[in-house]
Design a protein around this ligand. Structure first.
Ligand SMILES: [Mg+2]
Length: 140
């Protein structure tokens, strides 16, 4: 059973394609940008289609996790690769959107990390709710 994601990653790493691993986020973004540029995807008029692509990839990840599948199966090697691939698809689609808009994904995630790193809150029914959104009685 996957409890923190570490176990699943170990299984999948042994099966990753040789010579194709990403060393840095910058390298990944550069490869995605060039891939999208060479396919004429990096145009602002394609932005709404890219949002649809992100939604498609999120649905595919949701299906991989929850359609006919129990959490106990998420750590099985044949399932791990499929789930990891869908997570990668989602990150790649979001990275492509940032590139379309002319944004640097490292800066995007830096902004997000700065916003959440000290965030306080509570886990409510499996969702982390930031303190500002909690009922007053639940706040520290
Ligand atoms: Mg996909």
């Amino acid at each position: 059973m996957v409890t923190d994601g570490t176990y699943a990653g170990e299984i999948a790493r042994s099966g990753l394609p040789k010579g194709g691993s990403m060393k840095t986020f910058e390298q990944f973004q550069g490869l995605v940008r060039e891939w999208a540029r060479s396919r004429d995807i990096l145009k602002l008029e394609n932005t709404s289609r890219q949002i649809e692509k992100i939604q498609e990839e999120l649905n595919e990840l949701d299906n991989e996790l929850f359609t006919g599948c129990l959490p106990a199966e998420w750590s099985k090697p044949q399932k791990v690769e499929k789930i990891m691939l869908e997570i990668g698809d989602l990150i790649t689609a979001a990275t492509t959107l940032a590139c379309q808009l002319g944004y640097d994904v490292e800066e995007c995630v830096t902004l997000t990390w700065a916003k959440i790193k000290d965030r306080k809150g509570k886990l409510v029914d499996g969702t982390f709710v930031k303190e500002d959104d909690l009922p007053l009685a639940w706040r520290h």
